[in-house]
Design a protein around this ligand. Structure first.
Ligand code: BG6
Length: 466
């Protein structure tokens, strides 16, 4: 209701769905088509422009609902799906699995059993894929037994964000950055995804996941790969993903006693009228394990290769932070020899949200006679202000790519598994540790440990210096 249906509606409005396209929702919910359309109308309507009633009605008309039982006795829903799809074998079919990862294999087996998997079928898997490397491999094997890798789209919606794609254009369609995009000129990189929301109603999922699985294994590591990758030879699916996977394989492992030094985990507590994680109204009451769940994490990572030797990549994500803010900050080194007092090093900020854009902070002279006074000022590109076209939501772009069969912005099997290889030892050390996540009051910028992680090398998080 929040991401997929609005994205599909906008794709329809922009003419990217063929007139025959049908959207068939499968759930255990026992809804009729009319019930489902009513529910979508109630929950999504506020995202529809007031002047598009006709378009909205057309979109609602595309929607259907079937009740299915995965792995159960009742075959009626599957038979109904088979009947709906009969005669459309030569058309594209996208099976989108927004369900818990352990259902991916069983669901694909159901599709195969009903004879629904055609050459033109694709399957989309929502993250997180598994909860560690062995479970991710198992799921990949199960899905891979039914679909070819070219038919499997592992979605990470961060890759559909405009700024993320612009990062590739900025790096590889402009000559001036590449010569300085390395450890000679760059001091460190910060990648932040901070959210103001907590986790109300999501305990069932979040207790199982935590911030590391929910955000770092996928979104943050993907941003890291695009920042650190070598220039690909071509703008094509395999060339780009080949370079990304090399970055993941070059990450210096963080394991054993190093985990305490290079990672931080926190959990928000009640403050400023907001409940703590353990008191969030949720579907299930907190358990013993809930107190071990991290709602914040920060990591000092390193890419061990020629380009990035010695450059820390600081990753950070948290719920109930003071601001919603996702960004990549590339902090350059100081000038080799300064002739002016008061300069600060250049900084490139790629902002994913709230307002997508790119800022390069350069030093300028403050106007005035007398002594030269320096001031950092941003050269700024706001996508919203520069381009008058609507900036599409990440899911719109990605769903269009699935329909077109283009997997460039989706994670390949080896990428997902390489990301788990980096994450697994951190999870294992946290699980083995008696310590609980550090508390931080809701509405603040994470626990003290997050500041120390940078502070001990004389650095600070971007907004603390701004
Ligand atoms: C999802 C996570 O993948 O990304 C959520 O499961 C998180 O916990 C969301 O809130 C953030 O996405 P965005 O696009 O709002 O930054």
């Amino acid at each position: 209701m929040r991401k997929l249906l609005p994205a599909l509606y906008h794709s329809d409005r922009d003419g990217r769905l063929s007139p025959e396209t049908r959207i068939i929702a499968l759930s255990r919910g026992g809804l009729t088509d009319a019930d489902f359309r009513g529910k979508v109308d109630a929950e999504v309507r506020d995202q529809v422009p007031a002047d598009d009633d006709a378009g909205w009605q057309r979109f609602l008309g595309r929607l259907h609902h079937l009740t299915v039982d995965v792995g159960g006795e009742d075959r009626s829903g599957w038979a109904a799906l088979g009947a709906m799809l009969t005669g459309s074998e030569d058309r594209d079919r996208v099976f989108y699995l927004a369900s818990p990862p352990m259902t991916f294999g069983p669901f694909c087996r159901e599709l195969e059993r009903e004879g629904l998997v055609t050459q033109r079928s694709r399957v989309v898997l929502e993250k997180p894929l598994g909860r560690d490397l062995p479970s991710a491999q198992r799921i990949n094997d199960e899905v891979g037994a039914i679909f070819d890798e070219r038919q499997i789209f592992r979605i990470d919606h961060y890759l559909g964000k405009e700024t993320v794609q612009n990062l590739l254009v900025l790096r590889f369609a402009n000559a001036f950055l590449e010569p300085i995009w390395n450890s000679l000129w760059i001091d460190h990189v910060q990648i932040t995804a901070a959210e103001t929301v907590g986790t109300p109603g999501r305990r069932g999922y979040y207790d199982q996941a935590g911030a590391l699985r929910d955000m770092v294994q996928n979104h943050l590591l993907q941003l890291l790969t695009l920042t650190a990758m070598e220039p690909p030879a071509r703008n094509d699916r395999e060339a780009i993903r080949d370079e990304k996977v090399k970055v993941l394989q070059s990450l210096r492992p963080i394991a054993g006693t190093e985990v305490d030094r290079f990672t931080v985990r926190g959990q928000y507590t009640e403050a400023a009228g907001m409940p703590g994680y353990l008191d969030e109204p949720g579907s299930t009451p907190p358990t013993e394990a809930s107190s071990r769940v991290e709602t914040f994490t920060a990591i000092r990572a390193e890419v061990k290769n020629w380009r990035w030797a010695g450059v820390p990549f600081y990753l950070r994500t948290g719920k109930r932070m003071p601001q919603r803010r996702s960004e990549i900050v590339v902090q350059f080194k100081d000038v080799p020899h300064s002739i002016f007092p008061g300069g600060t090093p250049n900084r490139l900020v790629l902002r994913l949200q709230p307002e997508e854009g790119i800022e390069l902070h350069i030093m300028a002279k403050e106007p005035g006679a007398g002594e030269v006074m320096l001031k950092p000022v941003p050269l700024s590109l706001s996508f919203g202000k520069t381009f008058t076209t609507r900036v599409p939501e990440a899911y719109e772009r990605l769903l269009t790519d699935v329909l077109a069969g283009n997997p460039t912005l989706f994670m390949r099997r080896d990428e997902v598994e390489a990301a788990w290889r980096f994450i697994d030892p951190i999870l294992q050390a946290w699980e083995a540790s008696a310590a609980l996540p550090e508390p931080y009051p809701a509405g603040t910028a994470g626990p003290a440990g997050a500041h120390e992680l940078l502070g001990r090398s004389g650095r600070a998080w971007h907004e603390e210096e701004a």
